[in-house]
Design a protein around this ligand. Structure first.
Ligand code: NAD
Length: 474
């Protein structure tokens, strides 16, 4: 038996230790999930709603402990972890509403009877979660999948097993009368490989673009397996004009550095006009970044951001930062460690990459690349110079520029004068290009958790013979 461990990135203390699911354990979990599917999928929706509402009540009861687990395991400040748990709780009501609206039953009268639209669950769903929102993001697949009548085998990120286990405990309470409808297995890549290599009907994945590309290849010849891919981005933020430079700088800082840059929707590229406004904004962003409180999740004063997920992530991001500097980018704000802190702590970095060739890669850390452009057409060209299409933002008071930005910018989340990371749970969430596969999650998760069945229904076979009319041989 091999063990998995997770650690608090702020101080290296052990957070969780437990057994890794090997290939046999994964196969057994999938078999149990398949056996549980028939009864669970056949339940009336009201019975499944009751279960997810019990889950919501358990989350509510345990919200403080769960927030602490998330904060300790990811390093994010407690205020942010509390917000994550609140999103998990909110997801239940939203998913019930979305299920009814997008995957419910519709009937319309026809001369012969009725046309009926129903939705049916796929079967066994594998869910693979990322580390950055280890509760909220897998929860966003799991709640709609279970509501729709699927059974779920969930593997949390190997960096956040404690959060996965705590979430699984909440489901165990809610599903006490429905064993094996939800199962959590722990492990890293090998466990994930065993899961997707088993008999599944869907893979609901939130994680890196590289893993998403791998899954597309793995399932190329398996149209029977539903793939929902929520991947990374290299998100642009065009800051064109603002009455108040400090307010605009605050939008930029929140877009680029929240969660220590570890949100898929973080702005990675800031595009500004090559004017006095552009220069003033860049300076204001750097000055604001200097004032950010960085610390451990439970420190006083409360930090705005914590460390990266681990020391290796900081080393990788530093290598990317140094690579950009080596290509000729000018360092506007260094990306450094913090004296007296674990090597997972970093300060936000900024580089001016104007005129420099930079790889179109997501740096999952607080690193902001600034480009200065001569006009708005050049700004749009720079913004769209990416294979991704997750989030994008415009800072401008000009309505005409916003209309143009909306039309010309292919991304799933496009915000104006608000951080690129802002997204409502009552809306769909997902990206284009390498950021996903046109199966947006959040409010639209109901769409990929069930398939539609369209029926013509008549109480008996009468009336069909008349349809042949007089066109029959005597
Ligand atoms: P990751 O891709 O490294 O891992 C995600 C999960 O997939 C983990 O559970 C991991 O064990 C598993 N996994 C990875 N490769 C696998 C493989 N080949 N076979 C089987 N399982 C595999 O992602 P991460 O580092 O945990 O998360 C950060 C990434 O997620 C960033 O790229 C970020 O942009 C992206 N993300 C996207 C969204 C979104 O909604 N679009 C949200 C959050 C994070």
């Amino acid at each position: 038996m091999s063990t998995l461990q997770s650690f608090d990135p702020a101080d290296g203390s052990l957070v969780w230790e437990g057994e890794i699911a090997d290939a046999n354990a994964v196969a057994a979990a999938l078999l149990r999930a398949r056996r549980a599917f028939a009864a669970w999928g056949a339940l009336p929706i009201a019975a499944r709603v009751e279960v997810v509402e019990r889950y919501r009540a358990t989350l509510e009861e345990r919200k403080d402990a769960l927030a602490q687990t998330i904060a300790r395991e990811t390093g994010k400040p407690l205020w942010e972890a509390r917000g994550e748990v609140a999103s998990m709780i909110g997801k239940v009501g939203l998913s019930i509403k979305a299920q009814a609206e997008r995957a419910g039953e519709q009937r319309s009268d026809m001369p012969f009877g009725q046309a009926v639209l129903r939705h049916r669950p796929h079967g066994v769903m594998a869910v693979l979660g990322p580390f950055n929102f280890p509760g909220h993001l897998p929860n966003g697949h799991i709640v709609p999948a279970l509501l729709a009548g699927n059974t779920v085998v969930f593997k949390p990120s190997e960096m956040t097993p404690a959060t996965g286990a705590a979430m699984a405990d909440c489901w165990a309470e809610a599903l006490v009368d429905h064993p094996h409808v939800f199962q959590c297995i722990q492990g890293a890549r090998a466990t994930g490989e065993a899961l997707i290599g088993g008999h599944i009907d869907g893979l609901l994945f939130t994680g890196s673009a590289a893993a998403g590309a791998h899954f597309r290849r793995v399932f190329a010849d398996r149209p029977d397996v539903i793939l929902a891919l929520e991947l990374g981005g290299n998100n642009p933020l065009v800051a064109w004009d603002a009455a108040d430079v400090e307010e605009a700088a605050s939008v930029v800082v929140q877009s680029a550095f929240i969660t220590t840059g570890q949100r898929c929707s973080c702005a990675r590229r800031l595009i500004v006009p090559d004017t006095a406004f552009g220069e003033a904004l860049v300076q204001a962003v750097a000055a604001l970044a200097d004032r950010l409180v960085i610390g451990a999740w439970n420190e006083t004063p409360e930090p705005w951001i914590g460390p990266l997920i681990h020391e290796g992530a900081a080393a990788n991001a530093r290598a990317c930062f140094d690579d950009l500097a080596g290509r000729g980018a000018r360092v506007l704000r260094p990306f450094t460690g913090i004296e007296g802190r674990s090597a997972a702590f970093v300060t936000p970095g900024m580089l001016d990459v104007t005129g420099v060739f930079v790889p179109d890669e997501e740096i999952f850390a607080p690193v902001l690349q600034v480009s200065r452009v001569p006009d708005f057409a050049a700004a749009m060209e720079a913004a769209n110079n990416t294979r991704f299409g997750l989030s994008a933002g415009l800072i401008s008071g000009d309505d005409a520029l916003w209309e143009r930005f909306l039309v010309e910018c292919p991304a799933g989340v496009v915000n104006r004068n608000r951080p690129t990371t802002g997204a409502a749970g009552s809306m769909p969430f997902g990206g284009l290009g390498e950021s996903g596969n046109h199966r947006p999650s959040a409010y639209y998760a109901a769409d990929y958790c069930a398939y539609p069945v369209a029926s013509f229904e008549a109480p008996d076979a009468s009336g069909n013979a008349g349809a042949l009319g007089g066109r029959l041989k005597p």
